[in-house]
Design a protein around this ligand. Structure first.
Ligand SMILES: O=C(O)CCC(=O)C(=O)O
Ligand SMILES: [Fe+2]
Length: 321
């Protein structure tokens, strides 16, 4: 029996956007959700739940492999290294201190030589198919977002032409995540994923259960539990989009805590995040969208890559010293 916990969803406080309703309607609802709250849940999004679950199953099998095999796929620890690769528990700490209990696989390259195809036959083609679905959905959202700010529908898609097709030109990433069960009461000094806002344009997130996802709403200092709507995708606005819209859209602070509820804590949690980034060279200029601004980072207009790197260095400054 699932513990009854109060969540934003149980209080009917979550914007739920039906993507089957036509792009103008989606644009209107995204504008309201991302400006007021910074997030929403998407239903009728067209990504098969079964495909998502198969990806989690592959990742479970990966996590079970001996450490020396997993380490061969590890993401480099160098400061400005590529993001692609396996991130073992404890390797990343958003706040630089608190141990983070998760396995992650950042996928930025889709060819089998960069993936554990040998250990997990079929992984490459499965991930390629899933990425195809996320890219298609991502492009639909980008068109809706352009409409939502009164720009031509292709405004954002024109600046997102390399999403997971060539990682030399885009930071777009599909990230598989597994948070192991947490046994015992003494988990106060650990977190599943530390507080942060994503750097990208927006993130799409699938989760398999209520497992501790919390958000800080615009203008609030309080962490609130989101809740789980089976099959829905969570969308949150990233820092790049907040800069682009001169903060009309709110980059959502979020984290994943180790839940106090024993049944939730003893259950592993799976999620998949699709971080949609502009092309590295795309200039993020709010004035192009008729937002007058004096808020772009360090004064001038920057390209998407420089913005993401500046944000990463801020978030992971402890890794660079
Ligand atoms: O697993 C989750 O629900 C969130 C993960 C996340 O926020 C991230 O990887 O940026
Ligand atoms: Fe995140």
């Amino acid at each position: 029996m699932e513990s009854e916990i109060e969540t934003l969803l149980s209080q009917n406080a979550v914007p739920i956007i039906n993507l089957g309703k036509g792009i103008e309607d989606v644009a209107k609802n995204l504008r309201k959700a991302l400006s007021e709250k910074g997030y929403a849940l998407l239903i009728n999004h067209g990504i098969s739940n079964e495909k998502i679950q198969t990806a989690w199953k592959y990742f479970d099998d990966f996590v079970e492999l001996p450490d020396e095999v997993k380490l061969a796929y590890e993401r480099s620890k160098a400061p400005d290294a590529e993001n692609h690769g396996y991130v073992s528990p404890g390797m990343e700490r958003f706040d630089g201190r608190t141990p983070e209990l998760r396995h992650a696989y950042n996928i930025c390259k889709l060819q089998d030589k960069f993936l554990p195809e040998q250990q997990l036959p079929g992984f490459t083609s499965h991930i390629n198919a899933l990425v195809g679905d996320f890219n298609e959905l991502g492009r639909f959202i980008l068109r809706a977002l352009a409409i939502s700010v009164g720009a031509p529908p292709s405004f954002f898609t024109d600046k997102h032409s390399y999403m997971l097709s060539d990682d030399r030109f885009s930071l777009t990433t599909l990230r598989l995540l597994y948070y192991p069960p947490v046994e015992g009461e003494d988990h106060g000094s650990c977190i599943r994923c530390g507080a942060h806002a994503d750097y990208c344009t927006f993130t799409l997130l699938a989760q398999d259960s209520e497992g501790g996802l919390e958000v800080k709403l615009r203008g609030s200092e309080r962490w609130e539990r989101v809740g789980h709507l089976p099959g829905a995708l969570f969308i949150n606005c990233g820092e790049t989009m907040a800069i682009w819209t001169d903060q009309l859209y709110h980059a959502l602070q979020h984290r994943v805590v180790v839940p106090d509820q024993v049944d939730t804590r003893l259950r592993g949690r799976h999620s998949i995040a699709y971080f949609c980034h502009p092309d590295n060279s795309a200039l993020i200029d709010p004035k192009e969208l008729d937002f007058t601004t004096n808020q772009s980072i360090n004064g001038g207009t920057h390209n998407a890559y420089d913005i993401a790197m500046a944000l990463a260095k801020g978030a992971y400054a402890h890794n660079y010293s």
